[in-house]
Design a protein around this ligand. Sequence first.
Ligand code: TYC
Length: 99
Amino acid sequence: MATNIDLETKEKVKIKYPKKYKVLLLNDDYTSMEFVIDILITIFHKNYEQAHQIMLEIHKKTKGICGIYTYEIAETKVMQVHKKARDNGFALRATMEEE
Ligand code: TYC
């Protein structure tokens, strides 16, 4: 007799994590080292030591990672860098890349 019907259904739970984006600062010849450190402290919440180290890495290697965020947060950080740079007369550029 076919009474033993298996009614158990297995539900597959697929968790979709949001993509993450690296925010990078690019080196240039005009932005002051002090200003880049200030950006790293105020926008990317680094301490002075970390900010100094990241700034020097960008200065030597042309670009460096400042943080990894979800899309909207990364986009906002890039805009904040560009606004603060513009307001202070610097042409500092930031970009974002999918992690
Ligand atoms: N290269 C700049 C200088 O010598 C310093 C600098 C570092 C600029 C990092 C931009 O993202 C940057 N004054």
